[in-house]
Design a protein around this ligand. Structure first.
Ligand code: GLA
Length: 731
């Protein structure tokens, strides 16, 4: 890992272990993007800017500046002076002009990596080989008094590059940031495909692949959160890219609110990828002396297909983003009562579940929605975080003590950001709900959202949640968020700062979670949003696991978990065995298959364990043993996607290999049985070619080379929805 600056040539070279990123300054003024790809030692690439000789730029190109701006591959593009593609930065001055020109002003090299104020950020690890270096390049518009810092950080053990931007008003007049993205990347088109992740509630993060054609391809969220519908992620791939081969340029945003991810192909066959805060409805006032920081964008280049890109993201997030002390430990096998009881439970019912769960080896009971206020359905009481003693007789502490006495830990559900119109909180503070003056706030799932841009509301919410957590031995929190934001605005922000609302809301959420973890450092936090609408890298900074989707049907989960694991580590995916028939899609599937798919994530149950047959209970005991046996491998190992049901419409297969290559776990799900087909060939990856591996289930021995080149032949399983776990151990 090294960042090198060629002072004479004004070229910046960022080298990770396997990649190189090059930028150069044209005519001492304009910072251009030169190269991103496979590692090179040579940095002298001024020709890549297509300007001829450096000394001729002024004479040849800058005479007609607008024409120059139109085609130059800007490292950070700006609106208003001739770059007519979609740009990263748009600034308005007090006079209403949106003209800005950022000129190169200098650089700094820092050891380590600075944090971002109030926002999630990647960090250097404490371990050996986990250090970081940061390059800060400064650009300036002297007339506006605007300084922009472009930050690039790299880590010794990662091929990712982390970018973020700070805008500082050094002038004497106000500036209004109308758009300030975290990163853009100008490249030549190479017949690229674009991969993005789409869906909706119960169908999150399905992979979508399309050709990059002329014009703009935009994916974005304006829901105030990341959303079920789309991820702040895009990857450009060269033609024919597979899991193992091809070049990939990917970007992911470390953020949990409105975002814009855009790919634009222009007339000169140049592609610009850009990513950051969504500019719609956004405007940030920079008073003289003030500074604004964007969220981080993670850039990953892979010359080894999607698989290598995935493992780079996983490694980065495990080693440099997730702070939780639980990251490297087995999470307790939990049972959540939501699909078992919905709102219809009391203390005795929960204790009965705990008692039965304990016998089978389950380790934690999570009490979901409905334990507080007058909440017996979803029409009321959000905000009234006082225990409903009609349901939990004797109060919360008594219930927690009883569950603990059965030998289980206790976890609880909250939806702290919400307020039901029918709640004591709303009756006391109707103005706390997000709303526009004179208009009744609209509801979704019968609820409104609290205005978390107001510090007094953040403080109230924090105390309400913390008070409950202080009252009993609660070891886990599921932090839910069940609607998108609308009717935007705050009574206290004022006209000039109203455009800051959506971002300030997200900062309010971050502040709440930061405070929670500071007061309860041992708490295991799982974020959730109506299933998986807040599965994003921002949330991983606070919680080591996130509820992946309300849909636990193992067939639907193949799509959801493939898309999720494309970027996020398996150890972060909340996954449970569901009730059968499944409550989201009605599908009937074998319990083994539901378990095998859930074992790819954090593992647990979401069913009424007291209603299982003896045969099913016996199976649950085995699944729990399998969890203990395989979880370390799943959590810490390297992930390889072997086959995709999304692509072949027949079967799915993924593999996890321990970092020392001593064992591998292959999960095979045969969605559809095909008559007269004998077997499926599974070509494994990541093994030691010269080593022998024993398949535990049969005792057969195969060489790593054989398994990777010729493959393992998995016999057909009769009937639909069958699955197998295959455990290979080096002999
Ligand atoms: C959301 C969550 C579910 C459950 C319900 C409770 O939908 O995703 O798991 O907690 O809320 O209302």
């Amino acid at each position: 890992m090294a960042i090198r600056v060629l002072e004479q040539e004004q070229i910046f070279q960022i080298n990770t272990k396997h990649t190189t990123y090059l930028m150069g300054v044209a005519a001492g003024k304009y910072l251009g993007h030169m190269y991103y790809g496979k590692r090179m030692e040579d940095a002298k690439g001024f020709h890549l800017l297509r300007l001829g000789k450096a000394e001729e730029v002024e004479e040849k190109h800058l005479k007609n500046k607008v024409s120059f701006m139109d085609g130059f591959p800007f490292e950070y593009s700006v609106w208003g002076t001739g770059d007519f593609r979609d740009t990263c930065l748009r600034v308005r001055d007090e006079g209403g002009y949106r003209v800005c020109e950022l000129l190169y002003d200098g650089y700094r090299l820092l050891e380590g990596k600075p944090a971002l104020a109030g926002m999630p950020a990647t960090f250097a690890g404490k371990g050996e080989g986990q250090g970081a270096q940061t390059l800060v390049i400064t650009l300036k518009d002297a007339l506006l008094g605007l300084r922009v810092e472009l930050r690039y950080s790299i880590f010794e053990d990662s091929d990712a590059i982390i970018r973020s931007v700070a805008a500082i008003n050094e002038g004497e007049k106000k500036l209004y940031l109308e758009k300030v993205l975290s990163a853009c990347l100008d490249m030549d088109n190479e017949n690229f495909d674009l991969i993005t992740l789409h869906g909706c509630w119960a169908r999150e993060r399905h992979m979508t692949i399309r050709k990059v054609t002329e014009g703009k391809h935009i994916v974005s969220s304006l829901r105030g959160e990341t959303s079920h519908e789309v991820q702040p992620f895009m990857a450009l791939t060269t033609a024919g890219t597979s899991q193992r081969e091809g070049e990939v340029y990917a970007m992911n945003l470390v953020y949990s609110g409105n975002f814009l991810a855009e790919t634009e192909l222009d007339y000169q066959e140049s592609v610009r990828m850009s990513l950051g805060l969504h500019p719609d409805g956004f405007e940030w006032l920079l008073e003289p002396g003030e500074r604004f920081e964007t969220p981080e964008a993670v850039l990953v280049y892979s010359d080894g297909g999607l698989g290598k890109m995935t493992r780079t993201f996983h490694g980065l997030y495990k080693n440099h983003l997730i702070r939780s002390k639980y990251l490297h430990s087995k999470r307790p096998i939990l049972i959540n009562n939501w699909e078992a009881t919905y709102f219809n439970f009391d203390d005795d019912k929960l204790v009965a579940i705990a008692k039965e769960a304990k016998k089978l080896g389950i380790e934690m009971l999570v009490m979901d929605d409905g334990w507080f206020g007058a909440r017996n359905d979803d029409s009321c009481a959000l905000g009234d975080w006082q225990v409903n003693e009609n349901k939990l007789k004797g109060g919360l502490k008594s219930l927690v003590d009883r569950v603990n006495a059965e030998g289980l830990k206790f976890g609880i559900w909250f939806e702290p950001e919400m307020i039901s119109p029918d709640s004591d909180l709303y009756r006391a503070h109707p103005d706390w709900a997000i709303q526009a003056p004179g208009r009744k706030p609209g509801t979704a799932r019968n609820q409104c959202v609290l205005d978390l841009t107001r510090q007094e509301i953040v403080d109230y919410v924090y105390e309400a949640v913390a008070k409950v957590l202080r009252s009993a031995n609660i070891e886990y929190v599921k932090w839910d968020m069940n609607r998108a934001l609308a009717d935007l605005g705050s009574f206290t922000l004022g006209r000039e700062r109203m455009g800051e609302f959506s971002h300030r809301y997200v900062l309010g959420v971050y502040q709440l979670q930061e405070r929670l973890l500071a007061e309860f450092p041992d708490l295991l936090l799982e974020n959730c949003s109506g299933g998986g609408a807040r599965f994003d890298a921002g949330m991983l900074y606070y919680s080591p696991q996130i509820w992946t989707s309300d849909d636990m049907d193992p067939v639907e989960r193949l799509f959801i978990q493939e898309g999720t694991a494309l970027i996020y580590p398996l150890s972060t995916m909340g996954a449970h065995i569901c009730v059968c028939p499944n409550h989201s899609v009605g599908r009937v599937t074998p319990m083994e298959t539901r378990a095998h798919v859930a074992l790819a994530g954090t593992f647990g149950y979401e069913l009424d364990i007291t209603k299982l047959s003896e045969e099913e209970k016996a199976k649950a005991v085995i699944f729990n043993q399998e969890y203990h046996k395989y979880n370390e491998l799943v959590r810490e190992g390297d992930y390889y996607r072997i086959a995709s049901y999304r692509e072949n419409n027949m079967y799915d297969c993924w593999q996890v290999v321990s970092t020392d290559k001593s064992e591998a776990l292959v999960t095979y799900v045969q969605v559809r049985f095909e008559p007269r087909r004998k077997s499926r060939r599974l070509r494994l990856e990541g093994l030691e070619p010269k080593a022998d591996y024993r398949l535990e289930e049969t005792g057969e021995i195969y060489s790593g080379e054989m398994l990777m080149q010729a493959g393992f032949l998995q016999n057909m399983i009769f009937g639909d929805y069958g699955s197998r776990l295959l455990h290979f151990v080096r002999v």
